[in-house]
Design a binder for this molecule. Structure first.
Ligand SMILES: Nc1ncnc2c1ncn2[C@@H]1O[C@H](COP(=O)(O)OP(=O)(O)OP(=O)(O)O)[C@@H](O)[C@H]1O
Ligand SMILES: [Mg+2]
Length: 136
């Protein structure tokens, strides 16, 4: 819901489906890795077991970040046809412009994903507009 509300606030309804799918995959992975969810960065900083989402935009791109307390990097798989799981990150990779992860100095891990939108939506000047960010 945070993703949906944020995008509507930014008038980026064009990204709703893609962003919600990506957020859902990343959050599911983060919960699998650590086990819990919250919506606030402050709480997540207090407990490494919590998962949180941040979003910011830069030009016509929107970046979704999912934080979790597990230091293991995400590892895309190459599942065989009869394997059920292991496709989340492949899907994310297909749907976004680029993705990656980092280990902030404050602890935890962030998996981020940049979504390319319609260039007409570029927000003046292309300078980053941070939101829900934490010190690194
Ligand atoms: N946030 C994360 N923290 C630690 N490991 C991760 C994280 N995200 C992904 N991984 C690792 O990368 C692997 C691949 O993730 P991916 O989402 O592609 O597959 P899956 O979650 O195993 O299955 P599916 O998403 O299809 O249900 C995971 O099995 C896990 O080992
Ligand atoms: Mg997954």
């Amino acid at each position: 819901m945070h993703v949906r509300r944020t995008l509507i606030g930014w008038e980026r309804q064009d990204l709703l489906d893609t962003a919600e799918l990506i957020a859902s995959e990343l959050v599911t992975n983060a919960i699998k890795a650590t086990g819990d969810i919250t919506v606030s960065h402050e709480e997540a900083m207090l407990s490494p077991d919590l998962v949180t989402i941040g979003m910011y935009r830069t030009g016509s791109y929107v970046v979704i970040e999912v934080w979790d307390g597990d230091r293991t990097p995400p590892a895309p798989k190459t599942p065989s046809d009869d394997e059920e799981g292991g496709r989340g990150l492949l899907l994310v990779e297909l749907m976004c412009r680029s993705w990656g992860y980092r280990w902030p100095a404050t602890g935890s891990k962030v998996v981020w994903c940049m979504i390319a939108g319609d260039p007409d939506h570029a927000s003046g000047g292309g300078s980053p507009v941070p939101r829900s960010r934490t010190k690194e």
